[in-house]
Each structure stands twice: as C-alpha cells, then as structure tokens.
Ligand binder design. Sequence first.
Ligand code: SF4
Length: 464
Amino acid sequence: MPTYHIISLGCAKNTVDAHSMAALLESAHYTPTDQADRADVVIVNTCGFIAPAREESYQVLRDLAAAKKPGQLLIAAGCLTQRYGQEVARRVPGVDGIIGTRRWMDILDLIRRLRQSPHPEPLYHLPDTPTVGRDERGVLRVAVQGGSAYLKIADGCRRPCAFCAIPLIKGTLVSRPTEAILHEARALRDAGVQEIILIAQDTTDYGHDLGLKDGLAQLLERLVRAVPDVPWIRVLYAYPGYVTDRLIEVMATHRQIVPYLDMPLQHAHPATLRRMRRPANIDWVYRTLEKMRAAIPNLALRTTFIVGYPGETEAEFQTLLDFIQDIQFDRVGAFRFSYEEGTASAALGDPIPPEVKQARWERLMATQQPISLARNQALVGQTLDVLIEGVDETHNLSVGRSYRDAPEIDGLVLVEGRLPIGRLVPVRITGAMVYDLVGVPAAGAAHGEPAPPRPRKRRKRRRA
Ligand code: SF4
C-alpha cells in the first residue's frame, strides 16, 4: 500500500484542508505515516499569511527536499503556493508538484499525473476556481483532534482589510451549503466529538453569497437542532460590525453554544482603523460588547491586535492600550505589522522601525497580562467543565481546556490525576496563572485509563 505524510502549517483553516486531502488519499488506499522518510508522497500544506509564515514554509520544504528518497513525491500545497507557486519551485529544487489552496480536492489527480511520466520541472496545478461546497469530492471538511473538531463553514473573504493578503490567496467568500455542514456535524457527533468549532476567514459573513440574512445565526440555530447532544459549539473569527442582535440572542439562548466570542479588532483608534480599511466605529464595539456581556453570563472575550501599522502614532497606540484597559478582555493576541506586497497597505510602506514595533508589542502584552491573570484568578473556587486533551504520565497530570479556551490560541487547564482523553470532566479550579488554570477533579468526575494520545500534525496557529 502506498503511504503519505502531510505537514500542515498555519491556521486551523489550513488544517481542515490537510485533513480533507488526507481523506481523499485514504479513499485511494494510501495509508498515513508519521515519518516523512517512509512516505511515498509527502505533502506540505503551506501558510502564506505573513513573511515569517512563508519563511517557515520554505524551510520545511527545503528540509524535506534535502532528505527526499528515490521515487518519493514532494508536493507543496496551500496558501503560499497559491500565490507564489513559481517562487516555491525556484527556491526549493526537488518539489515535484505545486497545488494551490483553492484546489486541494484535486490532490489525487496531481499525484496521478506526477506518477504517469517523468517531470524534470515541477507540475503546477493552480487553477483559479474557488473551493466550493458542491465540489468537495464527498470528503468531510473537518479536522478532528481528540474530543474536538474544526468544521469549515466557508472559505475566502470579501472584506477589504488593507493589510491582509488572504483575499488575494483565497478569493472572495464562498459559503458551504448548510446541509453539508449539518451532515458533517452529525458525523462528528456520531464519532463522539464533544466540541465543534466553526471556522472560516470571517464566520459572521456566512451565507452572504447564499442570500441569507444573519446567516451565522441561522446556521447555529439549525446546528443546535441537528446535534443537540454535542455539548460545545464554538464560533471563531467574528468580524466587527457583523455581530448582530440576532446572533447575540442565539448565542445567549442555546447552552450548547459556548459563551466565548473571538472578534479580531486589530486596533482601537479610529484613524488607524480607517487606514487599515476596517470598521472604525469604536462606539459600536463598546456597545456590542456591553450588550453581549449583559445577555451572555460569563462570556469569555478574545481579540487580536496589530501593532506598528504604518502611521501608527504614539497617541494612537496609547488609545489602544487604554481601550484594552477599558474592555478587560479575557484573552488578547497581538501581531507586529508585516508588510505584504500587493495589499492595499503596501502603498503605505513599512515605516515603523522593528524595534518600535517590538517595544509596542511588549507594552501591549504587559498591559493585558495582569488583566488576564485577574480574570483567571476570579475563577478560583469555581467548577468548570474541562475537555481533556492529554495526560502527562510523569507528573500525573491531565491537560484540557474550559469553554474559555479555544485550542492552541488560548490557555489550558492542568488537572491533577489521569483523566480520560476526549471527555468533558468537571474540575474545581484551585489556582490561576496568566494564561492557564490549575484544578482538581470535582465530585462526580470520571477517572480511568486515558485513551492513547492522538499524534498531532505539526501546526503553528496564526490568525487571518
Ligand atoms: S483580516 Fe480577516 S476579515 Fe480582513 S480581509 Fe483578511 S481574512 Fe478577511
């Protein structure tokens, strides 16, 4: 039986594409291997979001190309290749095939063509056709990791954010058909998944191209009816201005939808936001977050900011720090601005020196850390359900997440003892750190032999 090995870099949306390619390979009787040197086909699902992500993708490809064994195929897939396919071929001799993120579903066709005849030059497969729901070759658009799964509801983005290359890579928003998403949610429920995480470049835009109004709220309502026994449904990547009253009401009404909002705001000064071509109405943000906190008890708020955007003055940056103090987010992520050619902000250049970006990034994190710590400390003594994801045998600890933590971007809960992986367990919180919590199983918590940990594909999470 032929074997394959996939490395997925970048965000969870890329991971879903990698799992979908893996499903297609397995339908063609390929078997997975964790060791690249044992694989007949090695695929790197690259990230092209910002320069450091691109460099990491090049490095991984170079390492694999250097270690290639005779007859092995090395294929570069994903966002980097979609935009920079020729450059990938030039910079990484040894790559056999180049396939873009919009046509991941053609992976078997590409392998067949590569096997058919010698190819002194790499074969390119970069048609511009977007990824669409009806063209997914029947594979699930999900990535399951232990008890939780990402489910992709749309791909592409139609927002005009000046710093972002994603629309150049992915194209405009294409929503997946609601029925396909519900079908996948049922399959995940049948597989015992405890948490379904809805992802897209902008989840709040779901259904716009299908003619739906408040499409995400409608989808969530159908989802809770379709899988009433999946305890956690989480939504990532909401766009400011599109968290509607209806969406808030749906989130507040259904216990299954975890009280967690991830809304990347990018900045808080209206002038910076206008230069970013982002919604600049900060009053709306204040009003909406207040409304949400009133409607949804114990809401956990996460956001992301960019520091060092072209033209960001010290006063603009200070406004951002003040805003962080005002809102008291549970979680904050921050990026230093990365210049991206071809984006609308490219015309502004990259005038802020790296050391200023770094200093602002550090000040931002130093502003948020005591807030995160205080919000974590407020949970000491409470009991939270924790989804167990791993066991550290040496320290007799289990590691999991509460509803306040999305995988890989938020914190962890470290729990005394060995608990079953993939299960939700009540945990009494006994200690708090800036990012993580510590606890002990509460009365009634299930103990027992944990399932063996699932191997994880290499992945570094970034935001887009
Ligand atoms: S930052 Fe997000 S919302 Fe804005 S264009 Fe990029 S993917 Fe779309």
